[in-house]
Design a protein around this ligand. Structure first.
Ligand code: HEM
Length: 131
């Protein structure tokens, strides 16, 4: 397997990022070690260092790098970012629980109102029949 195909997780990158002498960046889910490129980068080393251990896709695209720059970066690729999918949450979230409660409250209010109205009417009828 070529080194560019190597799957790298975010925790691997966090581990690599502990080394402050290195410069590891992610662009478009590809992981680059640009440590040796720092001195040569036409945009300066600071901008690259600021992105160490992070996803630099937006910063990279915002500059509008040339095709030459994109070809140049291939040599620095050390792997492919492996995105870990968040586990699907099957338990009821509080927001869902809240909506099911509100759904119950409406019929309860209607039922209570119906009983109160019935009692009022029945009371009035009872009062008028006794007078
Ligand atoms: C391996 C990754 C990278 C390579 C090979 C690379 C290469 C280059 C090259 C060749 C240029 C000259 C202009 C051009 O040809 O587009 C350039 C300019 C520049 N790059 Fe990068 N770059 C990389 C990553 C980044 C990243 C991640 C950032 C931002 C955080 C960045 C910011 C800049 C800036 C600000 C300029 C100057 C633009 C200007 O003066 O108009 N570069 N880069």
């Amino acid at each position: 397997m070529a080194s560019t195909d190597k799957l790298v997780t975010m925790s691997d990158i966090a581990e690599l990022a502990k080394d402050k002498d290195k410069c590891i960046i992610i662009v478009d889910d590809k992981v680059y070690d640009v440590t040796k490129f720092l001195d040569e980068h036409p945009g300066g080393e600071e901008v690259l260092k600021e992105q160490h251990g992070q996803d630099a896709t937006t910063a990279f695209e915002d500059v509008g790098h040339s095709i030459d720059a994109r070809q140049q970066m291939i040599q620095f690729q050390i792997g492919q970012l492996q995105r870990v999918r968040a586990p699907v949450n099957t338990t009821t979230t509080p927001a869902v629980a809240a909506t099911s409660w509100t759904k119950l409250i409406i019929p309860i209010v209607i039922a209570v109102s119906a009983v109160v109205i019935y009692k009022l009417i029945a009371g009035q009828m009872g009062a008028s029949s006794t007078s």
